[in-house]
Write a protein that binds this ligand. Structure first.
Ligand code: 5GP
Ligand code: ZN
Length: 111
């Protein structure tokens, strides 16, 4: 747990979020500034700053299994799964999160 981390505050329910799913390991909630009609964030409850620091294969498996499950549950067919790793890659919140983005056509490559 990190005192100042916004996502740790969401985990501790000190900051409100629109939570879709929660278990012992992770939390899924709507992004506050959605980039598409569906924009979910999947986060581990444990404070892990970046994807680079995720060295727990079991947790990694749980997160990506849940990404798949929630996408199916939301009936998403075309969607993007994004992890920004580091500032230059666009990471702004340094608590690992997986974006699930869907509901509009998306361009490639990213800017
Ligand atoms: P990053 O750029 O770090 O990959 O993505 C951070 C994401 O977290 C952004 O899409 C941003 O809108 C979202 N975000 C930042 N602060 C909050 C918050 O307090 N609540 C929610 N629900 N999303 C947040
Ligand atoms: Zn955190």
């Amino acid at each position: 747990m990190s005192q100042d981390c916004i996502f740790c505050k969401i985990v501790r329910k000190e900051v409100p979020a629109d939570i879709l799913f929660e278990d012992n390991d992770m939390l899924i909630f709507n992004d506050i500034n959605p980039q598409a009609p569906t924009h979910l964030l999947v986060i581990p409850k444990e404070h892990i700053s970046t994807f680079s620091e995720l060295d727990d294969a079991v947790l990694m498996g749980k997160i990506f299994t849940k990404v798949n499950e929630v996408s199916k549950a939301q009936k998403l067919k075309n969607y993007r799964v994004v992890i920004n790793n580091g500032k230059d890659a666009g990471q702004e919140v340094f608590h690992l999160h997986v974006h699930i983005i869907a509901g509009r056509e998306m361009s490639w490559p990213p800017g």
